[in-house]
Design a protein around this ligand. Structure first.
Ligand code: HQG
Length: 186
């Protein structure tokens, strides 16, 4: 199957399973699940038909395991802007996690810490390579080091999504280490 088609389907799923289900008349339940057949029907009736085989292929082959199919239902593993309760257990994080961003956000982050912006949580990466990729979506990546163990010790609740992304409500600036030379606003 054409790689570009899989990416288009994945982006279509992200849009409607994370951000804008109403656009195609889709209803997510409180935990973000939608019936697979309803997703197929809604997409087809809004001008973007794909088959169940294609959908399953996207879910199985997705580079970041963005979606889970369980029984006859599908949901996005994280990244929602619509209110959903993923019902993930709180877990103790490793001592250190990483966040990839770009230089133009650094001054604000030094001031306010990391905020969820349009999502429900701040997303943190388990390793530098992943954080570098995340930051690189927006420009030259700047990788911040997060003292996750210390935060957890101070009572901050961490969760890990089904695809290994760490989630937390907010990271106050005192728990962040910035690379030298990343402070100048651009
Ligand atoms: C920045 C993708 C100013 C933050 C990726 C980031 C990830 C602030 C942007 C997942 C700030 C938000 C999440 C503050 C944070 N002032 N800027 N106080 N606090 N920011 O996309 O972490 O493809 O919501 O640094 O791979 O970039 O969607 O978060 O640059 O895993 O599956 O505000 O999204 O995965 O951007 O990315 P985002 P993110 P998917």
């Amino acid at each position: 199957m054409d790689e570009r088609r899989l990416i288009r389907i994945s982006k279509y799923l992200a849009r409607h399973l994370r951000h804008d289900p109403q656009r195609i008349g889709l209803q997510l339940d409180a935990q973000g699940w939608a019936p697979v057949d309803e997703v197929l029907r809604a997409a087809a009736s809004h001008g973007f038909p794909f088959t169940e085989a294609e959908l399953r292929r996207v879910v199985a082959s997705n580079d970041k395991r963005r979606y889970t199919i369980a029984g006859h239902r599908i949901r996005a593993n994280q990244g929602h802007s619509v209110p959903v309760d993923l019902d993930l257990p709180a877990v103790a994080p490793p001592e250190v996690l990483y966040h990839g961003t770009v230089g133009r956000f650094v001054a604000a982050i030094k001031e306010e810490g990391l905020r969820p912006m349009n999502r429900h949580h701040v997303h943190l990466s388990p390793d530098r390579e992943t954080a570098t990729r995340v930051g690189g979506r927006r420009g030259v990546p700047v990788v911040l080091v997060v003292a996750a163990g210390a935060m957890h010790g101070d009572g901050h609740v961490f969760m890990r999504s089904d695809n290994g992304v760490w989630l937390v409500g907010h990271v106050p600036p005192g728990y962040l280490r910035f690379p030298s030379g990343s402070g100048a606003p651009r």
